[in-house]
Design a protein around this ligand. Structure first.
Ligand code: ATR
Length: 272
């Protein structure tokens, strides 16, 4: 019988994870079954228990349950601990392991697929919520020259920067303070695109040849993408690579086999 996996979220109808994981399973010859489960907003723990009871081996966790999954895990990996959030669960006999593959997914996409080294680069991270926090440790681990967190609610940016300051050269500010500064990598970790908007960014933040990266995957012309193009960013990514790489890392955590993301890009673009 196939081993069972799933993704928990609310909403979950839009999730590409079942298509991606099924493609990985076909490619690697692994016998798994993977489905999307809509957990009630106040019923995440019960949904996890029910899935374990039916023999579930592991799960992905998406919005809004990543912090709850962090609380629910009986053991955390170091990268989940640092991110303060869990997107991957492993159900062993006597424990629930919480892991986080978002940061490594972003890094692999930027440094390997896009071939854009992070070392000695000036990074601007937009947003100071869970998505931003999840990638800060891995980004600082690549030794950028500097990393500025900018957020609409400035105090959140400053306190997140203070939390990560022992790891690397990070500071926090509001969007207005970015005027007159340029960056090599600008990562949008805000949820602004979900409401069709973008942070209030000043002109001139994209250095020549810079990379504009949107973490919340969505094809098409979002305001951030249009702004980045108009402002002369050298390369623009809408986050599909990160979505695939974090999924591949979860698959690797569960099955010990690393799938190749490249063939799945085409599959998703055909379905989009
Ligand atoms: P997540 O876990 O997805 O990061 P979150 O913790 O709610 O969710 O954080 C959302 C982020 O997007 C925050 O940085 C938020 O800015 P505030 O801290 O000021 O709320 C940012 N965000 C959401 N909508 C935005 C908008 N329209 N303009 C600018 N920033 C926005």
């Amino acid at each position: 019988m196939a081993d069972k996996y799933c993704v928990f979220g609310n909403p979950i109808g839009h999730s590409k994870s079942p298509i991606i994981q099924a493609a990985f399973a076909r490619q690697t010859g692994q016998d798994i079954e993977y489905r999307a489960i809509l957990a009630p907003s106040d019923g995440f723990a019960d949904a996890v228990d029910a899935f374990i009871a039916e023999g579930g081996k592991g799960a992905n966790v998406t919005l809004p349950f990543k912090q709850e999954a962090y609380q629910l895990a009986t053991r955390l990996t170091q990268r989940a601990e640092q991110a303060g959030a869990v997107n991957t669960l492993v159900f062993n006999d006597n424990e629930v392991v919480g892991d986080n593959t978002d940061g490594v997914g972003l890094l692999r996409d930027i440094t390997i697929t896009l071939n854009y080294p992070i070392r000695d680069k000036r990074i601007l991270l937009l947003g100071a919520g869970g998505a931003a926090r999840g990638v800060l440790g891995p980004l600082l681990g690549e030794h950028p020259e500097s990393l500025v967190i900018a957020n609409r609610t400035e105090v959140r940016a400053r306190s997140l920067a203070a939390h990560f300051a022992p790891i690397g050269p990070v500071s926090g500010c509001g969007y207005g303070e970015l005027a007159g500064r340029a960056f090599d990598i600008v990562i949008n970790a805000t949820s602004a695109s979900l409401s069709g908007s973008m942070p209030a960014l000043p002109n001139g933040i994209f250095a020549p040849g810079s990379l504009a990266y949107k973490m919340m995957y969505g094809l098409g012309d979002t305001p951030f993408r249009i702004f980045a193009r108009e402002q002369g960013a050298g390369m623009i990514s809408e986050g599909l690579g990160m979505l695939l790489e974090q999924a591949a890392e979860s698959f690797f955590v569960w099955r010990g086999v690393r799938p190749d993301c490249a063939p799945v890009v085409e599959l998703l673009q055909k379905k989009a």
